[in-house]
Design a protein around this ligand. Structure first.
Ligand SMILES: [Zn+2]
Length: 291
């Protein structure tokens, strides 16, 4: 659902967040709901500012119950420094608010339930978003660190599946609390969150393949601009399916694939472009040796 469009950035709210807000409203926790909403929005705007500082064009923001995602026109996924700084900007925003509010509380300037909630929610948002699974901010930092060694698609898959695992745990925890008869906004919010993680995980995985193809184009442009690029060597067997090799490719390096012969001698060498074009032409299961 699109809420508004501010200076070319469309702000959308994820249905699960809407559900959580309505739930809080129904339970008479409207002030808390609005506070969470404002904090999530601020967290997202911090991501947006960081992206803009790097000169990336942000086209949309989507608000989730605990944070959100910024959609860029440019590619930053998997670029170590840029993606990490952008991902950390959100939790940093909450930490700054947390420590400022805490300082006011210690000095007795700000007291009461609202101040407690304010500190608690900021702590929650910062801590939760730093969990290293996708689609959380911590997961993005983790992916940018892992992509070089393990490949972009493979890292994304692993971190997104971990996110889905976290979703199952959250949902089970919610049901357990519910089973203990403590029905309040808590258990239901956990179940909704669990569902959200499950959906978002599969979305991250399917988006990874598209992002990957776009990265390939960017790599070509970078090579043309800089005149050189670091490369990564992969030695593969002739019957290895193309998709296995593509999953090992990394955003910052150009892959060179050498086919091992039966005597483990170096055979033909293929470039990353050969492999990707082959995969688009012949299908993902096509053995590399037949290219
Ligand atoms: Zn975030």
């Amino acid at each position: 659902m699109e809420l508004v469009k501010i200076s070319g950035v469309s702000i959308r709210i994820h249905p699960t967040f809407l559900l959580v807000l309505v739930l809080y409203g129904v339970l008479g926790l409207m002030a808390q709901a609005l506070l969470v909403f404002a904090l999530v929005l601020g967290h997202e705007l911090a991501h947006l500012m960081a992206a803009r500082a790097y000169g990336f064009k942000v086209i949309g923001l989507e608000l989730f119950p605990f944070g959100g995602a910024a959609y860029c026109d440019d590619l930053f996924e998997g670029r170590k420094l840029e993606e990490s700084v952008m991902a950390l900007a959100g939790p940093a925003f909450n930490l700054v608010l947390l420590f400022s509010a805490q300082a006011l509380r210690w000095n007795g300037v700000w007291e009461g339930d609202f101040a407690d909630d304010f500190v608690r929610y900021n702590l929650w948002l910062a801590a939760f978003n730093l969990i290293p699974v996708l689609p959380l901010d911590g997961g993005r930092v983790m992916r940018s660190l892992c992509a070089e060694g393990f490949g972009f698609v493979k890292s994304t898959k692993f971190l997104a599946r971990s996110g889905q695992g976290l979703g199952i745990l959250l949902a089970l925890w919610g049901m357990l609390l519910w089973g203990w008869g403590k029905f309040s906004e808590g258990p239901l919010a956990f179940i909704i969150l669990g569902g959200f993680f499950w959906l978002a995980g599969s979305k991250e995985i399917s988006a990874a393949h598209i992002t990957f193809l776009r990265q390939l184009t960017r790599k070509k442009e970078e090579l043309l601009r800089k005149g050189l690029m670091r490369s990564k060597w992969l030695t593969v067997q002739r019957d290895t399916p193309l998709v296995r090799i593509v999953e090992e490719f990394t955003p910052d390096r150009y892959a060179l694939v050498s086919l091992a012969t039966e005597e483990m001698k170096m055979g033909k060498t293929l470039t990353e472009t050969d492999v990707v074009e082959g995969m688009l032409r012949e299908g993902i299961r096509f053995p590399v040796g037949k290219l």
